[in-house]
Design a protein around this ligand. Structure first.
Ligand code: FAD
Length: 357
């Protein structure tokens, strides 16, 4: 298990289980980090558990020879003043209003992302700059996958694979919807479980097969940042990712597939679907685009919420003995996406800092 303490880089892992932690947050995506940060600012003790080797979840950036390429959201967009303030605070080179050059009449990934009233920003260092900013000062245990939950009077026991189970009073699940439902099943039965599963079962995420492709810098540069093809059954979009980078070494493109096409190929070997996706992209870019210097395919099983999936706010469920279960994540705020994830986390923190009546 890795312990990443963004506040104290020198701190060494502590294996002694604390008797009962005040709050455990499962998931170091934007929702979990915003919740944990707000709880910490309110003076609460909070530890974040994350299965991956880094923070960010779907807000993901990968480096190729030092060059960042975003393979989750390409940019953040929103209108809520608090979310926009956080985006301004990120210690990274902002690219305001990216993408400036948009081509094609296909739909953006999130409805409304390109509306004139919505602010957009990307970061030259990659979108992971946002979760890294949110992670500052938090105690985050990486490579810690939560496998089961159990309630006891006054708290929760959280099993992390082979590791020592952790105990806490307040437990926050800040995961993709389907992952939340799966973990909640391990907590059953509790009085609200059937109703909760029924409500959450009304919603769902869509998959997105994504391929990143790198070319020599003298490859042709299209005159757009993002292309949303109108007629393709395959491509949701192609982004010229290198247009976000300062002094790029490669011309890079990101191709994201449409949900239906992705769903049909979830179990197909990546070499096959990434070739098909690039061939489709080459129809728009030119034949040269079918033979990149390198590619990186990524299968997002739960990429974005389906368009009608949204709840008005995060959920807090009170358990016997003063324990509280909180649910945050992009489904727990209107609109979906990064803004919804961030808002759900901060709003849940507000609900957890209210004592039970
Ligand atoms: C290809 C793609 C394109 C997108 N485009 C846009 C866009 O244009 N605009 C927009 O606003 N949004 C977009 N999104 C959606 C946006 O990325 C998400 O809505 C947002 O990042 C969700 O944040 P979250 O914190 O709710 O969940 P996540 O980011 O999924 O965070 C959950 C975290 O929990 C961890 N985890 C899961 N299970 C466990 C476990 N058992 N134990 C411990 N940790 C666990 C995961 O590793 C992850 O880090 C896109 C997403 C993808 C994939």
């Amino acid at each position: 298990m890795l312990v990443l303490d963004f506040a104290m880089a020198d701190s060494s892992p502590s294996r002694a289980p604390s008797p009962i932690l005040e709050t455990l947050v499962v998931g170091a995506g934007v929702a979990g980090l915003s919740c944990a940060g707000a709880l910490r600012r309110a003076g609460r003790g909070v530890v974040v558990l994350e299965r991956a080797h880094d923070v960010g979840g779907r807000c993901a950036t990968r480096r190729f020879d030092g060059q960042a390429v975003d393979f989750g959201p390409l940019f953040a967009h929103g209108h809520h003043p608090d979310f926009l303030r956080v985006l301004r605070e990120v210690d990274a080179h902002p690219l305001r209003d990216w993408p400036r050059r948009v081509e094609g009449g296909g739909p953006p990934c999130q409805p409304g992302a390109l509306e004139p009233t919505v602010r957009r920003v990307a970061f030259a260092q990659g979108m992971k700059a946002l979760p890294r900013h949110l992670a500052q000062g938090l105690e985050i245990r990486l490579e810690t996958r939560v496998t089961a939950l159990r309630a006891f009077d006054g708290g929760f026991e959280v099993a992390c694979g082979e590791g020592e189970p952790l105990r806490c009073r307040d437990l926050v699940l800040a995961l993709a919807l389907e992952q939340t439902r799966r973990l909640l099943r391990t907590l059953e039965p509790f009085p609200q479980s059937a109703g909760l599963q029924a409500v959450l079962g009304l919603f769902g995420s869509v998959p997105c097969l994504t391929v990143l492709a790198g070319y020599a810098l003298d490859a042709p540069a299209p005159d757009w940042d993002v292309l949303y093809p109108e007629t393709s059954d395959v491509l949701q979009l192609v982004a010229q990712d290198s247009s976000k980078r300062v002094a790029p070494r490669f011309r890079t493109f990101v191709a994201q597939a449409r949900p239906k096409w992705s769903r049909q190929r979830l179990d197909v070997p990546p070499a096959q679907w990434s070739r098909e996706l690039l061939e489709e992209a080459a129809d728009h870019l030119g034949d040269w685009a079918a033979t990149p210097l390198w590619t990186y395919p990524h299968r997002w099983r739960y990429a974005r919420l389906s368009p009608t999936s949204e709840l008005a706010g995060p959920l807090r469920i009170d358990f016997p003995g003063g324990a509280r279960l909180g649910l945050a994540g992009d489904v727990f705020s209107p609109g979906g996406g990064l803004q919804a994830a961030w808002l759900s986390g901060t709003r849940l923190a507000g609900r957890l800092t209210q004592e039970p009546s």
